[in-house]
Design a protein around this ligand. Structure first.
Ligand SMILES: Nc1ncnc2c1ncn2[C@@H]1O[C@H](COP(=O)(O)OP(=O)(O)OP(=O)(O)O)[C@@H](O)[C@H]1O
Ligand SMILES: [Mg+2]
Length: 250
């Protein structure tokens, strides 16, 4: 079982668009996939037309796993399940804070799902909290959408510094360019420079596309309604790239 998170400190960079399309792409490739919406905004849950999760009591890792399990919903696409978000998730931090090894508990929680899923995808909110640190330590890959702009680059650099300072697994950080406009000179310049100083950059680029924005109207992943458009092909290519990174050929 692989755990892949979609994360950035910055808001509105394409984390949820990535999470829902990646989940769809993994399921399309035959992997039993679970998408967990950790963001109280609940955008991923909205795209999959599922209501918010029921509240549950969380005392320790086991009760957290049980509560999450009770909230598993089948999506409209067999082989892809979702745990929707709940405003109660904002208490994850308080709960984790009260536990021993408070930065490593979430991995333990997710391990409970190993028999049932090949891939777990986490759609994260744009902040750094104790839950984020748990996500970092639980993830085999942390995918970070970087829009090729000055501020987005700066936020990514802040994240890499945080990882170094906190001795987090830097190798798991896998940034990629998101919402790219090829005609934009600044986008081209930043895309030329940044991967040189950060070798972990994925090569797949997600283009800016009105097709992606329409997910809110269709309420389903782009891959489900526009299978062959440029952005859909890019999400599928990203899925292949991550899969081969996590499962290197001997
Ligand atoms: N490649 C893209 N091209 C055009 N629009 C996009 C693209 N990716 C995402 N969007 C749009 O940009 C907006 C923000 O995207 P999304 O919700 O995926 O970002 P996010 O990082 O998850 O935001 P938040 O930090 O609020 O959770 C949405 O309206 C979405 O439809
Ligand atoms: Mg989001």
């Amino acid at each position: 079982m692989k755990i892949i998170s979609s994360y950035s400190i910055k808001g509105g960079v394409g984390k949820t668009a990535l999470a829902v399309n990646l989940a769809f792409a993994f399921r399309e490739a035959g992997h039993r996939t679970l998408l967990i919406d950790l963001d109280p905004q609940g955008a991923a849950s909205f795209y999959f037309r599922v209501g918010s999760a029921e509240k549950f009591k969380m005392r320790d890792a086991r009760s957290m796993a049980e509560g999450l399990r009770r909230n598993i919903r089948e999506s409209d696409f067999p082989g892809l399940d979702i745990i929707p978000s709940n405003l109660g998730y904002r208490h994850f931090d308080i709960l984790l804070d009260g536990m021993a090894k408070s930065r490593k508990q979430f991995r333990k929680v997710l391990e409970e799902f190993r028999p049932d899923y090949d891939v777990i995808i986490l759609d994260c909110p744009p902040n750094i909290t104790l839950l984020s640190e748990n996500v970092f330590r639980a993830s085999d890959a942390i995918l970070v959408p970087v829009v090729p702009t000055v501020l987005s680059r700066r936020t990514f650099e802040q994240l890499t510094c945080f990882f170094k300072d906190e001795e987090l697994p830097c190798k798991a950080l896998r940034p990629f360019f998101s919402m790219v406009q090829k005609r934009n000179k600044m986008h081209r310049e930043i895309m030329g420079e940044l991967p040189e100083s950060y070798p972990g950059f994925l090569t797949t680029v997600i283009p800016f596309s009105a097709d992606v924005e329409k997910m809110g109207l269709h309420r389903m992943p782009l891959l489900a309604y526009s299978h062959a458009c440029e952005a859909a092909r890019a999400y599928r290519a990203l899925c292949d790239e991550i899969f081969s990174t996590l499962n290197p050929q001997p």
